[in-house]
Design a binder for this molecule. Structure first.
Ligand code: HEC
Length: 500
């Protein structure tokens, strides 16, 4: 009796998934022709104060500044005071908007399907960059930026929602070093690194987003207390990722729940920039947990990922070049609860293929664990095809329903950053995408830059304000003049003191 009931439930589920997937198969991912995602079509255009405590706390009881076609959003930001709400009407705005004040709301007004659109024209680096606390960015369409769609630096209590971001050269949504944030109902595609990248943050909820045709879908990196829930991650190279990148100022990733997500067909060819961390993700990766601790994977539907459904590895395996003595590289206490996993591993690649072949198997598993780590558990190992889970004990919990959110019950103090931290953050947040210490990335190694500008930080500031193409074998560097004067000087001083 019980099993018949179960079969019916499974059949209904499969049917639902089939319909859901069918829809996306017929949608073309091309720029400007992406069909309006359902999450956006039905969203509430006003500020919904009921969504979170953060929204209430931001309050926006100042003035409302309206920006209409032909005007500049940046100018409105310059006029705004904390508590003001900037409402942007439909039209195309080709600008980089920099917000270095607290409690500013930026709200697109969508009229008859016409969105306020920020178009980077493949020339401008970033659409929104904020360093203030209590920032809201919602209802924007952001296309063709060379760098990031929305990037935050050290802003606490942020809300980023209902945005539609297509074709960014680096990250789609990238809050860095922020505490207490919400990223919801965004749709992101064709992002060359991570669509949503939560970096060095604490207490962030990422929910109801759709990410597809990106290299990495949703990435929780060097971050703690994060909930990734109800997202639809499909057709990326890798769907959901929780990991540690060594060498960053924050050394840990822990307390992450990946719950109720669809993680489907993440088989996109990897188009990450050579040398970037994500360029190493094998196509066909559903969920990747690398070196992160206390990650709970619950009630996801993970299917059609050709390498593996879930990969759990240590840093020595996943990122062998990395050496940071201050980073503990094992994934410890990972908990796999009930998930629906099928049809994964149909065409494994690289190391997983080789390892499976050594076991006389040509298919990749639903769950693949390799390398160090202790204390990990699973609720029902027999439900999945697994590899390397011999050390996994029986999970002590059945679900996480008593954890509805990872956000804090009330807003946290605004973050203020010392000059030194500002230099470090700017370097890792902005420059390190193109520069490394001793090796050539997109730009020359910092070692060489130190030699040129050794006791002259102002020389670096002048260059980043107005870069010139100095080297035949390098492209031109995009200007970094949007950074605050403090950030420019702080990063210049930080670079001159870099040792590795
Ligand atoms: C999108 C890639 C990119 C980003 C981001 C980037 N750079 Fe560069 N940078 C380059 C490239 C490419 C060059 C080499 C340009 C040339 O020599 O023509 C360069 C060159 C430089 C130089 C060499 C100047 C000289 O006198 O030789 C400095 C200094 C520099 N970058 C600083 C920075 C700082 C500081 C940041 C962060 C705020 C930064 N860059 C962000 C790509 C980038």
């Amino acid at each position: 009796m019980k099993s018949t009931f179960f079969k019916i439930i499974v059949a209904i589920l499969l049917l639902a998934i089939g319909v859901y997937l069918g829809k996306s198969f017929f949608s073309s991912p091309e720029v400007n022709t992406v069909p309006m995602p359902s999450t956006i079509k039905y969203r509430n255009i006003g500020i919904s104060n009921d969504t979170t405590q953060v929204a209430q706390s931001i309050g926006f009881n100042g003035k409302i500044i309206e920006v209409k076609k032909g005007a500049s959003i940046q100018k409105a930001v310059e006029e705004a005071n904390p508590g003001d709400l900037i409402r942007v009407y439909p039209g195309t705005y080709s600008e980089n908007v920099f917000i270095d004040k607290d409690n500013i709301g930026l709200q697109g007004v969508v009229i008859d399907g016409e969105w306020p659109t920020l178009d980077g024209k493949k020339e401008i680096n970033d659409a929104f960059l904020y360093s203030g606390n209590g920032i809201l960015i919602e209802n924007f369409k952001i296309i063709n930026y060379k760098g990031n769609g929305i990037m935050g630096q050290a802003g606490n209590n942020f809300i980023i929602r209902n945005n539609w971001i297509i074709d960014a050269g680096v990250y789609g949504i990238f809050p860095q070093y922020g505490k207490n944030g919400l990223i919801e109902h965004n749709v992101l595609s064709i992002i060359a690194d991570a669509a949503i990248y939560v970096g060095m943050c604490d207490n962030v909820d990422v929910r109801h987003n759709e990410v597809f045709d990106n290299v990495a879908g949703i990435e929780i990196e060097n971050s703690r207390h994060c909930l990734v829930e109800n997202n639809y991650a499909h057709d990326n190279t890798g769907g959901l990722l929780a990991f540690i990148t060594p060498g960053l100022p924050i050394k840990t990733t822990f307390d992450v729940i990946l719950r109720n997500n669809f993680v489907v067909n993440n088989n996109h060819e990897n188009f990450g920039a050579p040398g970037s961390t994500v360029s190493g993700i094998p196509a066909g990766t559903g969920i990747l947990i690398m070196a992160a601790d206390d990650v709970i994977v619950e009630n996801n539907i993970v299917t059609g990922n050709n390498n593996t459904g879930i990969t759990i590895v240590d840093l020595a395996t996943g990122d062998p070049k990395a050496n940071d003595l201050n980073t503990e590289g094992n994934p410890d206490r990972v908990v796999i609860l009930d998930n629906i996993m099928f049809d994964n591993g149909n065409d494994p690649t690289g190391e997983i293929k080789a390892i499976m072949l050594s076991k006389m198997d040509t298919k990749g598993p639903d769950i693949f664990a390799y390398g160090g780590g202790t204390g990990s558990t699973i609720r029902d190992k027999n439900k999945y095809r697994t590899f390397g889970l011999d050390g996994y004990g029986k999970a002590q919990i059945t679900d996480t329903r008593d954890i509805p959110t990872m956000m804090t019950p009330s807003p946290v103090q605004p973050r203020s950053v010392s000059k030194e931290e500002l230099g470090e953050l700017t370097y890792y947040g902005v420059c390190a995408g193109c520069h490394a210490f001793g090796t050539r990335l997109i730009g020359p190694p910092m070692e060489i830059i130190q030699a040129i500008h050794h006791d002259n930080p102002q020389g670096i500031v002048d260059y980043i304000n107005n870069p010139k193409n100095l080297r035949e074998d390098y492209p031109e560097m995009p200007p970094q003049d949007y950074l605050s004067n403090d950030a420019k000087m702080a990063v210049a001083i930080y670079i001159l003191g870099l040792k590795e």
